[in-house]
Design a protein around this ligand. Structure first.
Ligand code: XIL
Length: 347
């Protein structure tokens, strides 16, 4: 009998030993599951109620949708309007979110007083340097990263000339941008410095020019840490290009930021468009594909994925255009299938 008991108990305890502890339920929160930044572009005026709760629940970093653009901050030669940018940075600091600075130099965002002054190249650069010093040093230690320059190339790889004050002023615009990257590094040595553009994965000529610029910066010694690809695409965007383009960007060895992700569904811009269950699923699949592809990049190059907005209610794509549903949360801030697609794409 005693022997039976021993055998019985040892069989039980062996059995107990191999039963694994119950796994904690897998998280469904993007920022908790991801090993890299999960960002959203936000507008400071909207940061309250459900909008704010959604940002705080699901995201680990924010990008200012307009608050940190030159036009917003640089109200006059010696005047800076810090109120909007400060509000965002304070919100982030209080709530433990990272801030990605967007964007120091963008052809669309030079204030009118600046472009109207028609500065020669020396004056232009010394003013821009004063601006960079003021902005970057104000937020030094509070921002982890900056888009130093945004959209300087056309899709065919040539430098953007139309309405670009830098192109009009400098014989060698790339060298000017390189010096600006250096000014930013000097003002905040710890911030990661990005070049940001759109269509990078689908426009191979543009991508080539960006890579050439990166090589030139490296040769001359201008600092650059990362490349941002905006990712304003749709459910029809070619998946093969997304994959080969992202991998090609990563050959630079730089950090990669999917920086302004949103995916259009109303591709014909119809006024009678209905967001069908089929299109909701196609959008979920596209989000999943992009996130999975990003996950396939070398671990130390995965900087962040940022969606350009939070809820479909406030997307820049719906402002004045045909109806769109490009983001992860619907107009009532409920998770869409797109959210589940994103979540599934995370490792
Ligand atoms: C857009 C904002 O979303 C709008 O609210 C604003 O009116 C114009 O700028 N590429 C960029 C972003 O780098 O800064 C742009 O943001 C969208 C395209």
């Amino acid at each position: 009998m005693a022997l039976f008991s021993i055998l019985f108990y040892s069989a039980c305890s062996k059995k107990d030993a191999v039963v694994p502890a119950p796994a904690p339920p897998a998280t469904t929160i993007l920022k908790d599951k991801a090993a890299f930044g999960i960002g959203a572009a936000v507008k400071s005026a909207l940061l309250q109620g459900t909008y704010q709760t959604t940002v705080l629940t699901y995201f680990s970093q924010i990008t200012a949708e307009y608050e940190m653009k030159m036009q917003t901050i640089w109200s006059g030669e010696n005047n800076y309007n810090w109120s909007y940018a400060d509000a965002l940075v304070n919100f982030a600091t209080t709530n433990g979110l990272n801030v990605h600075g967007h964007t120091l130099l963008w052809y669309q965002s030079f204030p009118a007083w600046f472009t109207n002054a028609n500065y020669d190249s020396a004056a232009f650069e010394s003013k821009v340097k004063v601006y960079i010093d003021a902005v970057v040093s104000r937020y030094r230690g509070k921002l982890k990263s900056w888009d130093v320059a945004n959209e300087i190339f056309n899709d065919d790889g040539t430098l953007r000339s139309v309405n670009c004050p830098v192109y009009k002023t400098f014989k060698d615009p790339i060298a000017f941008y390189g010096r600006c990257f250096q000014y930013v590094r000097n003002a905040d040595p710890d911030a990661k410095l990005f070049y940001n553009d759109y269509d990078v994965v689908i426009a191979s000529s543009k991508r080539y020019s960006i890579k050439q610029m990166v090589s030139r910066f490296k040769n001359v010694g201008y600092p650059i840490d990362g490349l941002g690809e905006q990712f304003h695409y749709s459910i029809n965007t070619d998946k093969t290009s997304i994959k080969s383009g992202l991998n090609d960007m990563a050959t630079t060895g730089l950090l990669i930021h999917v920086s302004e992700l949103d995916l259009k569904v109303n591709v014909t811009q119809s006024n009678t468009y209905v967001f069908s269950a089929t299109d909701q699923q196609l959008q979920a699949d596209a989000y999943q594909y992009i996130v999975e592809t990003f996950e396939g990049l070398p671990t130390n190059q995965k900087f962040a994925i940022t969606t350009w907005g939070v809820s479909d209610k406030y997307s820049w794509l719906t402002a004045g255009n045909a109806i769109e549903y490009p983001l992860l949360f619907d107009i009532n801030f409920n998770k869409k299938p797109a959210y589940d697609g994103f979540l599934k794409g995370l490792k």
